[in-house]
Design a protein around this ligand. Structure first.
Ligand code: B4P
Length: 193
């Protein structure tokens, strides 16, 4: 199995690049942001609980997202690999993911980390907010809160995987196609079969 984490701060292009990568490599896409938004749209108890965190730009509690990922892994027993988008976002989530994958006899193959400056992230998300209808894109202070959450809780996830020599940094500013080519090159040299 080939299991990829697409890593980066909010607005770094994870969702954008994930769509292209799953279409080229046939990986199963698991985006915790998308899963949470679909729970919110369905007005489930989980969605209602998650919404209050997301609306403020905060991370949803670990146990909620870990449970969601655990079910998604169980529901896809025949996937030949997974692309994790927006997960893990804390070291506790990374440890839980390693455990879940090892129970399936597999592991993370590589962490591709998109590098984008804070000012560019804010610009992108404010632009997306004009049409996305997402409350967390709606104003600059929420976007800055999301970035602060990333610095405080999520950046450590890259350090966690760096210990296992699994992190490759990819410049995430510029042409979407060129960034896609750079990501694909790293996957190709690891032989995503
Ligand atoms: P996510 O859905 O993961 O949202 P995101 O980080 O804002 O989006 P993403 O990074 O995928 O957007 P993209 O760059 O593609 O999370 C939303 C919220 O859910 C979190 O804040 C948190 O509350 C909660 N959550 C999710 N997962 C969680 C977890 N594991 N634990 C706890 N809480 C969790 O796109 C951004 C914009 O940039 C787009 O408009 C795009 O068109 C544009 N763009 C992309 N690439 C570009 C480029 N090269 N140049 C110019 N613009 C570009």
């Amino acid at each position: 199995m080939f299991n990829l984490i697409l890593f980066g701060p909010p607005g770094s292009g994870k969702g954008t690049q994930s769509e292209r990568l799953i279409s080229r490599y046939g990986l199963k896409h698991l985006s915790t942001g998308d899963l949470l938004r679909s729970e919110i749209a369905g007005q489930t108890p989980l969605g209602l609980a998650a919404r209050s965190y997301m609306d403020r730009g905060h991370l949803v509690p670990d146990e909620v997202v870990i449970e969601m990922i655990s079910s998604a892994l169980e529901n896809n027993p025949h996937a030949h690999g997974f692309l994790f988008d927006g997960f893990p976002r804390t070291t506790a989530q990374a440890e839980a993911l390693d455990k879940l994958l090892s129970q399936k006899g597999t592991e993370i193959s590589v962490v591709l980390a998109l590098q984008v400056s804070e000012e560019e992230l804010v610009k992108r998300l404010l632009k997306r907010g004009l049409t996305s209808g997402r409350s967390d894109d709606a104003d600059e202070s929420k976007i800055r809160t999301r970035y602060a959450e990333y610095q405080k809780k999520t950046a450590a996830v890259a350090e966690y995987y760096r210990k296992y020599d699994k992190v490759v940094e990819i410049p995430g500013e510029g042409d979407v196609d060129e960034i896609f080519q750079a990501l694909s090159k790293e996957i190709d040299i690891r032989d995503c079969a």
